[in-house]
Design a protein. Structure first.
Length: 357
């Protein structure tokens, strides 16, 4: 989604030629090879037709298989061309350390004009291999349909948290995102007598995983306090869920760079509780590189895979004064750091800088 959004923005200002490197679902190894070879040929043809055009490469990979795909199909065509790569991975630095990729990564990646990271901490993690001139930080942003009007957000914050208090988990329903920890935290808080409603929204990678969720809800005695919305893709419905919620939780341990769901919650003025993992703490002002500097964070950070800490953070953050302070900070930080106007200006400046060099 972040890649599509950037492409749509640039379409309004320039002529953009797009090359799809996404592999069709269920493709065989041979089909994958053919797909990548075709993408490389398409790129070569466009570069010949437009010798002065900069390249914006939004799918650079830190995974061994993806890295060797890049080395074989993309890098050979980038010689003597202005190229900006974008990393959407919280673990991108691993490409320089993995035994299979370290040598080629250290050879090829410094040759790019810029590599864009979504958070300062993720850029600094690559400082041993990439110069300050090569590294650049530009966060993601959101579609307008996901950004509630400022006046609406101000009104909801002034009205205070709801009754019952609603906690939202919106993500892919995979174990590493932390939904089990959220359920465990919910059970602890219910035992303490806190009247909370828990909303889960997201699709299951495998249909066989859903019964595990239902069984956990029943085992923990949460049937009357858990609501499962299923996969939600409509942008207006996503925005409505964030406005309905009093808190947003994502205790993921996937080394995520910058989950858009956290940004969506902040745009709605919904305080967030996230794991101390990847780029998430910096998003809410929970780390030194948050570039906030004007007061409270937009929520709390907790150790990953720690339901007790998650429950404690929820109990602390639903206190009226703490909630209101974090809610105001969430919306303010979104406007100052992640709004389309701010992020698009950074992209304009970077592209102009690279093309004029």
């Amino acid at each position: 989604m972040a890649t599509q959004r950037l492409g749509d923005y640039l379409d309004e200002r320039s002529t953009v030629h797009r090359i799809n490197t996404m592999i069709p679902a269920g493709a065989s190894a041979w089909s994958k090879m053919q797909h990548y070879r075709a993408a490389g040929r398409t790129l070569a043809g466009l570069l010949e037709r437009y010798p002065m055009a900069p390249i914006l490469w939004t799918s650079i990979s830190p995974e061994p298989a993806g890295h060797f795909r890049d080395v074989l199909t993309i890098f050979p065509h980038l010689k003597d061309r202005r190229a900006i790569a974008v990393s959407h991975w919280g673990k991108f630095a691993s490409v320089f350390e993995h035994s299979l990729t370290a040598r080629s990564a250290r050879k090829w990646l410094p040759r790019l004009d810029r590599i864009v990271f979504t958070a300062p901490s993720l850029s600094e993690a690559c400082a041993a291999w990439l110069s300050p001139e090569t590294r650049c930080v530009i966060p993601n942003t959101l579609d307008a349909a996901l950004i509630p009007e400022a006046a609406h957000v101000t009104e909801r914050i002034a009205a205070g948290r709801g009754t019952p208090i609603k906690v939202l988990f919106l993500s892919n329903m995979i174990r590493e995102k932390g939904w089990e920890d959220v359920l465990e935290a919910a059970a602890r808080l219910k035992k303490d007598g806190m009247p909370l409603e828990w909303i889960f929204a997201g699709g299951w990678p495998k249909p066989s995983d859903r019964p595990l969720f239902d069984a956990a809800v029943a085992r923990l005695g949460l049937t009357d306090s858990v609501r499962y919305e299923g996969l939600v893709q409509d942008r207006s419905q996503i925005a409505a869920l964030h406005l309905e919620a009093d808190l947003f939780v994502l205790p993921s341990w996937l080394r995520e760079a910058q989950p858009l769901s956290i940004m969506e919650a902040m745009a709605a003025g919904t305080p967030c509780i996230v794991a101390q993992d990847g780029g998430m703490p910096a998003m809410i002002g929970g780390a030194a590189d948050a570039n906030d500097g004007t007061g409270a964070p937009a929520g709390r950070t907790v150790p990953a895979r720690d339901p007790g800490a998650l429950a404690d953070a929820v109990a602390t953050l639903i206190e009226p004064a703490a909630w209101q302070q974090s809610a105001h900070s969430a919306r303010r930080q979104f406007e100052e750091r992640f709004s389309p106007a701010v992020v698009n200006t950074q992209w304009d400046n970077l592209i102009e800088e690279v093309t004029q060099a």
